[in-house]
Design a protein around this ligand. Structure first.
Ligand code: NAD
Length: 697
């Protein structure tokens, strides 16, 4: 008996209950008494069966990840030892699962002879999301219950499945409809009565035999599942580990799985992914805003502008169950916007990811109007109209006139000054930026732009609402481009110079995809459309040597099948185009630039280093509250490789003194301000301080 584990009896069944709030994580202080309680139940001759259950809101939802990297994580009894003990019990052990059994929690349950799950329970092995393989038998035991392919899908995706799916897949043996503990005890009693044999999962082979005969089939599934792994080690280790379960004896496969785990947990990629995991939790808190600040209630949302962003934003709310009224300038614009939304849902239906009834239910959550008065009962009104201050102010004036007191007024602006927009209303405290990313119904990032006067409860509401609709919200301050686009600007500042001096678009883009980005900057220009930047430059009286010339040739990117690359009919794959190569050469000649071979390292130094530098300025200015918030922005909105932990985390890996030295070099050579090292990056490098754990001054 301890504070963390209690043993009780129901007749011949011992009920061992874990109680380690909040989520029954497998901390060392729990493992010790749990091991003892299981030994005691094993040694008590009057006990004929054991039920392993949990108090509180969930079954064991995983390892204690705060122990990772510390000796406590491996201190005995460790999880593999607990699993081995459970598996060796001479009497049937039944796991009673409610809430979630994740990671080490599911591994514990898989070491029992049987599993009974509450009908609302979920089970999964999410280790891959932290850059790990399950390290206590998950990859070796799960395939024995479900077959290797189904197990691999769960392990490589890291996504949990519900109780009924778990029953169908063979992960659990029964689903409890009303009283989990009573049903688990009844299940254990029935098993005792049957008399066994109670075959430990390790000794089950029937589901593996078929895969052993067709390893090529397994390999094909594995290849498909890891197609998007992009340099991540963990998904590949998961595959190898499940493959070992098929081809090697149990103990050997188990040993190799542990080796994978131990190597990965000490590696940079897993450290990076764990950093992002904690960073996301941290981003949910706003410095200076306490728990006593309660969110406002948001039952109805108004979206102004049914274009690219408005449509996606509206879909995000509707998908999260919040009804939306769309407002446009005309019925035709509304027709167009809603037709696009319906088309998007239809694509999901045809792909099988959405049921037709659900599509209908979602469409039914939309109302439409051209009259601002119809937004008077909205709790949140968000505008996604043209990116022009005069238009934004006009729209905010109209909203201000009709919105109910306490309604939140939000702008989706990418660059404009949220304080100026707020000042055009009589309630600047209710105004906030909600910067979604395109496509807004898909992209996870939500920059919540805090104006000078934005009320605390508006921020808290935006954070809660963002999470409700499945976004990763981060609070940022007001500046041109906020965190993400401002750093994107710094990353792109020297791109044309690189081309003129000798790089090619395909070389630059390959450096980025090799780094782990889903696409390089020039492929991104083509995707977004070069004409947008061209129009903006013209409006601001600015020019660009290459991009302007490309637009003048009528090459706007994918939409015209030509941009920085060539696109064959119906294809989105960029093909290098000799015409662009000639254009770059001609422009270089015109400017008297001698082209030379540019190394991949130089490309990184002239794109990613200034972007890091900009991040440190953002931190200095307090636009981001923490370096980890910047990492969250880039990992969720701009495809920064998660195995590198975001730009600030990666900067530490790369080495700050080296970055500063190269920035100085390029600053001297080019005179460009983007290369001028910030005071923060200089002092961090000099004091050997890690950037990723810095907070704003
Ligand atoms: P868009 O041109 O696709 O859509 C704008 C819509 O607003 C149009 O349908 C237009 O009819 C409507 N509109 C214009 N003025 C209006 C008014 N006074 N009242 C009602 N409706 C009006 O533009 P978009 O790409 O959706 O961008 C909208 C906003 O989102 C801009 O502020 C932009 O900076 C921002 N944004 C865009 C992206 C992106 O990638 N496209 C990403 C993030 C943020």
């Amino acid at each position: 008996m301890s504070d963390y584990v209690t043993s009780t009896r129901d007749g011949e069944i011992a009920i061992v209950t874990i109680d380690n709030p909040p989520v029954n994580a497998l901390s060392h202080h729990l493992r010790e008494p749990l091991f003892k309680a299981l030994e005691a139940a094993r040694d008590d001759a009057s006990v004929e069966g054991i039920v392993l259950a949990c108090a509180g809101r969930t079954f064991v939802s995983g390892a204690d990840i705060t122990e990772f990297g510390s000796p406590k994580a491996l201190a005995e009894p460790n999880l593999p030892q607990l699993c081995a003990l459970l598996e060796s019990l001479p009497k049937p052990a039944v796991a009673a699962i409610h809430g979630t059994a994740l990671g080490g929690g599911l591994e514990l349950a898989l070491s029992c002879h049987y599993r009974v799950a509450d009908k609302g329970a979920k089970v999964g092995l999410p280790e891959v999301k932290l850059g790990l393989v399950p390290g206590s038998g998950g990859t070796v035991r799960l395939p024995r219950l479900t077959g290797p392919e189904a197990a691999l899908k769960m392990i490589v995706s890291g996504n949990p499945i519900g109780a009924s799916q778990a029953l169908a897949a063979g992960v659990v043996d029964a689903v409890a409809e009303s009283d989990l503990l009573a049903e688990a005890v009844a299940f254990a009693k029935a098993k005792v009565k049957e008399g066994g044999p109670h075959v430990a999962v390790r000794n089950r082979d029937e589901k593996l035999a078929a895969a052993r005969a067709d390893l090529a089939g397994f390999d094909a599934v594995a290849k498909e599942l890891t197609k998007k792994a992009r340099g991540l080690e963990a998904p590949l280790a998961c595959v190898q580990s499940v493959r070992n379960a098929i081809t090697l004896p149990f103990d050997e496969a188990l040993k190799k799985e542990r080796e994978f785990f131990i190597n990965l947990v000490a590696g940079d990629q897993s450290r990076a992914q764990r950093h992002l995991f904690f960073a996301e939790r941290e981003a949910a808190k706003v410095p200076g805003v306490g728990k006593e600040t309660k969110p406002r209630s948001i039952a109805k949302v108004g979206v102004i502008g049914a274009g690219t962003m408005g449509g996606g934003i509206a879909m995000s709310f509707v998908n999260g169950g919040v009804p939306v009224t769309m407002l446009e300038m005309s019925d035709e614009a509304l027709d167009r916007g809603l037709a696009t939304i319906e088309k998007n849902y239809s694509i999901s239906v045809s792909r099988g990811s959405l049921k037709e009834e659900e599509k209908q239910a979602r469409m039914a959550r939309f109302s439409r109007t051209t009259d601002y008065a119809d937004l008077a009962d909205c709790d949140l009104i968000i505008e996604a109209v043209f990116e022009e201050m005069s238009v934004k102010k006009d729209v905010f004036g109209k909203i201000d006139a009709i919105a109910k007191p306490g309604a939140i007024l939000a702008t989706n602006t990418s660059y404009l000054d949220v304080n100026e927009i707020a000042a055009s209303t009589k309630r600047p405290q209710d105004v906030v930026g909600l910067h979604f990313f395109s496509p807004a119904n898909v992209m996870k990032l939500l920059e919540i732009v805090r104006g000078e006067k934005t009320a605390d409860d508006v921020l808290v509401t935006a954070l809660a609402l963002g999470r409700k609709i499945g976004k990763v919200p981060v609070v940022v301050g007001v500046c041109h481009g906020f965190v993400g686009n401002r750093m994107l600007g710094a990353r792109g500042d020297d791109l044309e110079a690189l081309l003129l001096e000798g790089a090619t678009p395909e070389q630059v883009d390959k450096v980025f995809t090799d780094f782990g980005f889903p696409m390089g900057p020039f492929a991104m220009w083509d995707l977004a459309g070069l004409d947008i930047g061209w129009r903006n430059r013209k409006a601001l009286g600015k020019t660009a040597v290459i991009a302007d010339a490309v637009c003048e040739m009528g090459r706007y990117g994918q939409k015209t099948s030509k941009g920085m690359y060539l696109y064959e009919a119906g294809s989105r794959t960029p093909k290098p185009d000799p015409e662009i190569a000639r254009l770059i050469e001609a422009k270089a000649e015109e400017l008297g630039i001698q082209r030379r071979a540019i190394s991949d390292q130089e490309i990184i130094e002239r794109t990613l280093y200034p972007m890091i530098n900009e991040g440190t300025l953002i931190l200095e200015e307090g636009i981001a509250a923490r370096a980890s918030d910047i990492d969250i922005v880039w990992a969720n909105g701009y495809g920064f490789p998660i195995g590198k932990g975001g730009p600030m985390f990666w900067a530490d890996l790369e080495g700050l003194p080296k970055i500063v030295e190269r920035l100085e070099h390029w600053h001297e050579k080019t005179g460009k301000t983007v290369f001028k090292p910030s005071a923060l990056i200089r002092s961090s490098a000099a004091d050997q301080q890690k950037l990723a754990s810095r907070t704003a001054a």
